[in-house]
Design a protein around this ligand. Structure first.
Ligand code: MG
Length: 312
């Protein structure tokens, strides 16, 4: 008897890791560069940050309460455990690690000698919710989001009463002065400045257990604060958890089917396909042209024909 295999049952090999919706996207990607899984076996990875001077990437495995380090050639090692359920990270202008911690409900700076300084843990006397993601402006001010995800359950932190609305804050580490900058988002999450810092993009991933819209808003950065705040792009499928700008001002965003590349006008130019739901991204590697991707249980990377603007 001859067994006939239906073509539909034959595993399909994707033609490309990239899907272009606008021709310019083809000039941003390297057609033969793979989306490569660097490591796997985690529970929910987030917060990638590149350390070019140490040639390594740090990222969070939030439910397992640890910050991991990936080094080319050496693979994965533990950077910090327990990590207070750390989530997003960045570096300040002195190269120091800035971290958002769900468990301790604070933003911290790891000094060059390894000691930890608390940057913010309260606003107007009330405890922060669970700082999620963070960027540093060229003037040294630290901008971070404080949604409620880390205190809604015990999975990525400690369940607790919410004392403050979900807000985006700016803190001046030199003076400790802290200001609420975006107060009308459902749940602000990823954030990124445009290359010239004239714009601030803010992802809103909505309240937990709700049908809130998944979108990115854009604000104009003024001498006194922020203005505007219109919807820049609605993400589908999935959510714009983490976002980063490239050298040309394109915004790269996490999504349910991979990483979306958005023009400065908000047009979806193309997708980098990733086989797991993406949480966050950062540029790194030689020339800052390698996009590191944290996606559910795995860490991925892909080399692009564009570089990131984040430091270092
Ligand atoms: Mg996030």
């Amino acid at each position: 008897m001859v067994t006939i295999t239906s073509p539909a049952a034959t595993p399909r090999i994707p033609k490309s890791f990239f899907e272009a919706y606008e021709p310019v996207f083809n000039t941003y990607v390297l057609g033969n560069a793979p989306v490569k899984q660097l490591a796997t076996g985690f529970d929910w990875v987030e917060g990638p940050v590149w350390f070019g001077d140490a040639d390594c990437l740090l990222f969070s495995d939030i439910p397992n309460n640890r910050i991991l380090r990936w080094t080319p050639g050496a693979g994965i090692s533990t950077y910090r455990a327990p990590s207070n359920f750390a989530n997003g990270h960045t570096r300040d202008r002195a190269g120091r690690l800035i971290s958002c911690e769900h468990g301790s409900r604070r933003v911290t700076r790891t000094e060059l000698d390894g000691t930890i300084t608390v940057i913010a843990d309260r606003f107007e006397g009330k405890r922060l919710n669970s700082p999620n993601d963070v960027v540093v402006k060229s003037d040294g001010t630290i901008w971070f989001t404080d949604p409620h995800y880390g205190i809604m359950t015990d999975y990525e932190g400690h369940r607790a009463e919410q004392e403050l609305p979900c807000t985006l804050y700016r803190v001046d580490p030199a003076t400790g002065a802290m200001m609420a900058m975006v107060t009308d988002a459902a749940c602000p999450n990823g954030l990124a400045f445009s290359p010239d810092e004239s714009r601030l993009y803010v992802a809103d991933t909505g309240r937990m257990f709700s049908d809130d819209p998944q979108h990115i808003r854009v604000f104009d950065v003024t001498d006194t604060g922020l203005s505007g705040g219109a919807v820049f792009h609605s993400i589908a499928p999935g959510a714009a958890d983490g976002i980063r700008c490239d050298q040309d001002g394109n915004l790269w965003s996490s999504a349910g089917d991979g990483v979306h590349c958005l023009s400065p006008g908000g047009t979806l130019l193309g997708t980098v396909r990733v086989p797991e739901v993406v949480s966050n991204i950062c540029f790194g590697g030689r020339g800052k042209h390698r996009l590191f991707i944290t996606a559910t249980t795995s860490l991925y990377a892909v080399s692009l024909n564009r570089s990131g603007v984040q430091i270092p």
